[in-house]
Design a protein around this ligand. Structure first.
Ligand code: DQA
Length: 145
């Protein structure tokens, strides 16, 4: 089973970026935890991060017919990107939306997601741990239907 983990703009700066909001773990450390959990679950992870909307759209398009599911932290594009929404609709990929911070406790613009209604579920506010919990839930859902 192949699970893609798609990370949007500025998540490459985790560790030093607003740690009071996003924690002190780097994206590489979160990736390490996700890969360790994937190993335990017996699934393969494809890790993607880009600061460019078009690159993320192309990455999602490229998952068609290959990936079984995805975790998506589209970062700021969550709140703005119809293009990413359309790409997810086009590939019909089951996914869980993940956010490190609790987007519902933040500014009004961040409380809106253009992706959430397409998702199996949303994990928000649990830091890097949310990625691991979302992976476990996604694999369980894909296996059990
Ligand atoms: C984020 C929340 C977004 O509003 C923000 O733009 C991010 C990170 C999160 O993981 O909490 O870059 O997706």
């Amino acid at each position: 089973m192949l699970i893609a983990v798609v990370n949007g703009p500025n998540l490459n700066l985790l560790g030093t970026r607003e740690p009071e909001l996003y924690g002190r773990a780097t994206l590489a450390e979160i990736e390490h935890q996700v890969r360790a959990t994937a190993g335990t679950l017996g699934v393969t992870v494809e890790w993607i991060q880009s600061n460019h909307e078009g690159a993320l759209v192309e990455a999602v398009q490229g998952l068609a017919g290959r990936a079984d599911g995805a975790l998506i932290n589209a970062a700021a594009l969550t709140h703005t990107s119809l293009a990413l929404r359309d790409a997810l609709l086009a590939v019909r990929l089951p996914f869980i939306e993940v956010h490190l911070s609790n987007i519902f406790a933040r500014e009004p613009a961040r409380r809106e997601s253009l992706l959430a209604d397409l998702a199996i579920g949303v994990v928000t506010g649990l830091g890097g741990r949310g990625y691991v919990l979302a992976l476990e839930a996604l694999v369980e859902r894909l296996r059990d239907g």
